[in-house]
Write a protein that binds this ligand. Structure first.
Ligand code: PLP
Length: 282
């Protein structure tokens, strides 16, 4: 596999950065994950826009233009002959002697690598996934896609140990979002409900696209918070993310959502999103 590090394409085993890199020392960096389908980047404009916003929020300047970053992503996909999977990219405030405040005159670090994954044929799409709830112990700026992911590492490990595929994080009695996904339910009245964007959650690119695709098909969408009790009483629940697209949630803490099987709306939205991904890939 070929990786990208600060201007060079190198074999993954040889790709390296300094132990003084602030991404390593302070998690002082931002990341993005774009899906790849049929060798093309899915909804990449949204991911690049979020990257720009995230770095702006931490006063970090990208070392390349967004146009150049997309060229690098595409070259990496081509060099790895990646048909389906993800491009991971991370930009940090660079390497400097350890000091909390920003160093002067340091070039940001930009790295990328690809990961193969058959997103379309993931078994979880057919079977649905099990979710475990955990308290949301993250910081107050979850809208920034920061590489500081320890809370999600612990949340998703707890989920994995309970035989679950995703964690839903709870704060003030309501769901914030998944460990690495946005959370939706379909109410008894056939309304799609997902939490509104704020500092409390990451503005999911897939979330935004799925909401628009649903509305185009006359499915009502309401942005508000929901509790686990409401999710358990809902007709359906599902998650969205770049690396999973749309996946039905069939149990929460071992209790079934509706009949405990993937719902028709989640399944349909998944198909619609896959069509969208294919049609808009670049
Ligand atoms: N929420 C969190 C906390 C995430 O980490 C992610 C993706 O990794 C998402 C939501 C989904 O965002 P997207 O659809 O842009 O992948």
């Amino acid at each position: 596999r070929i990786a990208y590090v600060n201007g060079a394409f190198v074999p993954l085993e040889e790709a390296s950065i300094s132990i003084l890199d602030r991404g390593f020392l302070f998690a002082d960096g931002i990341y993005e994950v774009s899906a790849v389908l049929d060798g093309k980047l899915v909804d990449n404009e949204a991911h690049l826009a979020r990257l720009q916003r995230s770095v702006g929020e931490i006063a970090l300047e990208l070392p390349e233009t967004l146009a150049r970053i997309e060229e690098i992503q595409k070259e990496l996909v081509a060099r790895n002959r990646l048909a389906s999977g993800m491009v991971y990219m991370q930009v940090t405030r660079g390497a400097a002697d350890r000091d909390f405040a920003f160093p002067r005159g340091v070039k940001p670090t930009l790295v990328m690598f690809t990961q193969e994954k058959d997103i379309v044929n993931a078994p979880a799409a057919k079977t649905g996934i099990a979710v475990k709830t955990v308290p949301d112990i993250r910081w107050a700026r979850r809208d920034i896609k920061s590489v500081a992911l320890l809370a999600q590492v612990l949340a998703k490990q707890a989920a994995a140990e309970a035989g679950c595929q995703e964690a839903w994080m709870i704060e003030d009695g309501v769901v914030t979002e998944g460990g690495s996904s946005s959370a939706f339910i379909l109410t008894a009245g056939d309304v799609l409900v997902t939490r509104p964007n704020s500092n409390a959650i990451l503005p999911g690119c897939t979330r935004k696209a799925v909401m628009a695709l649903a509305e185009e098909r006359q499915i009502r969408v309401e942005e508000r918070t929901f509790s686990i009790d409401e999710a358990l009483a809902a007709k359906e629940a599902f998650i969205t993310s770049a690396s999973s697209f749309v996946q039905p949630v069939v149990t929460i803490d071992g209790r079934p959502v509706a009949d405990g099987r993937p719902g028709p709306v989640a399944t349909r939205l998944r198909e619609i999103y896959i069509d969208f991904a294919r049609a808009t890939g670049r």
